[in-house]
Design a protein around this ligand. Structure first.
Ligand code: HOZ
Length: 431
């Protein structure tokens, strides 16, 4: 496979952009090789600068649940764009998206639009702290909630990929306010509450963890967190930036039947443009300025192009059978990868939910970040590289999930599994 143009672009990028990328995992640091510079996408496929074609399972890290350059989204964005790209003033589009979100998630009575998932989680924490008058937060190792100070402690995603415990530049005082316990370990969360209960403003959790690979909550974990929060007067925040509108129409909170106090959304809700949101009960959300004293603002918040893309995406996802289809495709992929691994004599644990799938080179079970880290990185690297060479574009890190879109079909899943049969053999010989 030719990569000369991508290689040259990467060298050039490194001269003007730190590490040559605008988000660390994109540099392919943990898998090696040349990060592909993408030129265009259509449906479930992308093309790089050297003209190579790939079946894409990154989907811009989640937003593109309808696929690349979806005609409906392009039309909606084009229509909005023709009327102006940004006003910094209220528009009807943002009401419509807010109404769509509130109608879908019963725990969300009011929702505030922001531009990124990081802004959503950061603002939700501020609101939780203001509402409770407390400072500490409890998060779970391997969960990633964006790059706000205090949330980079024991984080998944790029932080896990780089193998760093946190980030310099986060004042110790901020990090000290973040308590972290293992995912799926209710006893540890309970102990944290015993020790700091009266100081904990909130628990923030990915109700279905997608940033340490894909890890499911065990039965009772989310229910237990709900009870711990209620018992201690703390708020429960679900970070559904990945899982929202992806693992089910009403997200992980619908799937597991737990109502959080605050919900953070992103990715799908912006349909591939920069939009995210946080919402919850009116009595909480009304504490935000201008009605209340908790400040949060943004020049591009509720941007009309992003609102139009998000609305069209949600509108299409509401069609009957959408999630059954996503579920079936992700399951086929996960099961097929499992079979390819078994045939190659490779130990693999797989998971899927809605339009998400994941795999670990580990016999399992993978319940938390400690387990996820035990997966064989050398095998992942060999598998990833072999798949890429065969035209399958996976996330370049074992600590991310795979994203399936409605543009993927039978043909692409079959082609992916065919490639996987060879790539698993390559993984089998990697040490
Ligand atoms: N860290 C995000 C994925 N969980 C985004 C990565 C990127 O955009 O490069």
């Amino acid at each position: 496979m030719k990569t000369e143009k991508s290689r040259r672009l990467f060298e050039r990028a490194r001269r003007s952009i730190p590490g040559g990328v605008n988000s660390p995992v994109r540099a392919f640091g943990s898998v090696g090789g040349v990060p592909r510079f993408l030129e265009r996408g259509a449906g479930c496929r992308v093309w790089d600068a050297d003209g190579n074609e790939y079946i894409d399972y990154v989907g811009s890290w989640g937003p593109l649940i309808l696929g690349h350059a979806d005609a409906g989204v392009l039309q909606a964005v084009g229509d909005a764009m023709a009327r102006g790209t940004s006003f910094g003033a209220p528009t009807e589009l943002e009401i419509r998206l807010a109404e769509a979100i509130c109608a879908t998630l019963p725990a969300v009575e009011r929702v505030r639009m922001v531009s990124t998932g990081t802004e959503a989680t950061m603002s939700a924490l501020r609101l939780a702290r203001a509402a409770t008058g407390r400072s500490r937060i409890l998060k779970f190792e391997g969960c990633y909630h964006g790059h706000a100070d205090g949330l980079l402690v024991g984080a998944g995603s790029g932080v896990a990929t780089l193998g760093i415990p946190g980030s310099p530049g986060v004042p110790a005082g901020f990090a000290e306010l973040t308590i972290q316990t293992p995912y799926n370990d209710l006893a540890a969360a309970s102990q944290a509450f015993e020790r700091w209960g009266a100081e904990i403003a909130c628990v923030i959790v990915e109700p279905l963890a997608g940033n340490m690979g894909l890890v499911f909550p065990e039965p009772g974990f989310l229910e237990g967190l709900r009870e711990l929060c209620d018992g201690a007067g703390a708020l429960l925040i679900f970070d559904e930036v990945i899982s929202g509108f992806r693992v089910a129409w009403n997200g992980a909170q619908g799937r597991y039947g737990i109502a959080p106090d605050l919900t953070c959304l992103g990715k799908v809700v912006g349909g591939g443009l920069p939009a995210a949101a946080y919402g919850g009960r009116a009595r909480l959300m009304d504490q935000l300025a201008p009605d209340g004293p908790v400040y949060q603002a943004g020049t591009l918040s509720g941007n009309p192009l992003a609102m139009a893309a998000g609305l069209e995406t949600l509108h299409r996802l509401a069609e009957p059978g959408t999630y059954e289809r996503l579920d079936a495709m992700s399951r086929r992929l996960a099961e097929g990868l499992g079979r390819a691994a078994a045939d190659a004599g490779v130990e693999l644990t797989t998971a899927s939910a809605g339009g998400l799938f994941g795999f670990f080179f580990h016999p399992g079970p993978v319940r938390n970040f400690e387990d996820a880290k035990k997966a064989l990185a050398t095998r992942f690297r060999a598998f990833f590289t072999s798949m890429l060479e065969r035209g399958i574009y996976l996330a370049p890190s074992p600590f991310e999930s795979g994203f399936v879109s409605l543009a993927h079909g039978e043909r692409e899943i079959e082609a992916t599994l065919e490639a996987a049969r060879y790539a698993m053999r390559d993984a089998a010989t990697a040490n």
